[in-house]
Design a protein around this ligand. Sequence first.
Ligand code: AMP
Ligand code: ZN
Length: 137
Amino acid sequence: MSDCIFCKIVAKEIPATILHEDDDVLVFMDIGPIIKGHALVISKKHYDPVTETPDDILAKLHITAKRIAAAQMNALGAGGVNIMQNNGTAAGQEVPHIHVHVIPRFKTDGHHWNWNPTAYDDFEEIAKLAEKMRNHL
Ligand code: AMP
Ligand code: ZN
C-alpha cells in the first residue's frame, strides 16, 4: 500500500526506531507514547482490520507482543503492560495497518484509561445480544 505510513516504515522509506524484525513482523517505538517505552508490533505485509488478517500472522503478532512485554518488564522495570489492538475509526484506530500496541505500565505512571463500565437493562438484553453474536460465530 503506497500511501500507508506503516508500509513505508517496513520499506525503510521513513525512519523508525526498530526493536526487532523478522520475515513476518516489525517492532518499533511508538512516536507518541502513552507511556515511554510504548512499542508497536506490526505485520510486514499490509493487512487490516483484524478480521482480514490471517490467523498465523495474528498469532505471530501476539507472540511477539509477549516478547516485547517481557523486555519492558525486565529492561525498563515495568510492573505490568497493556496490550491493545484497535480496529476501525469507531474504535479509535488512526493507522489502518494491523498493529498491536505494547504499553509498559508503572504504578507511578499516573495514566488512567477512560474505562467507564455501563450496565444492561436486564439479563434478557444480555441474552439477546449474545444470541445474535452466537449466530455469527
Ligand atoms: P492506532 O490509533 O491504533 O491506529 O495507533 C497508531 C499509533 O501509531 C499511534 O500510537 C501513533 O503514535 C503511532 N504512529 C503514527 N505514526 C508513527 C510513526 N511514524 N512512527 C511511530 N509511531 C507512529
Ligand atoms: Zn500498510
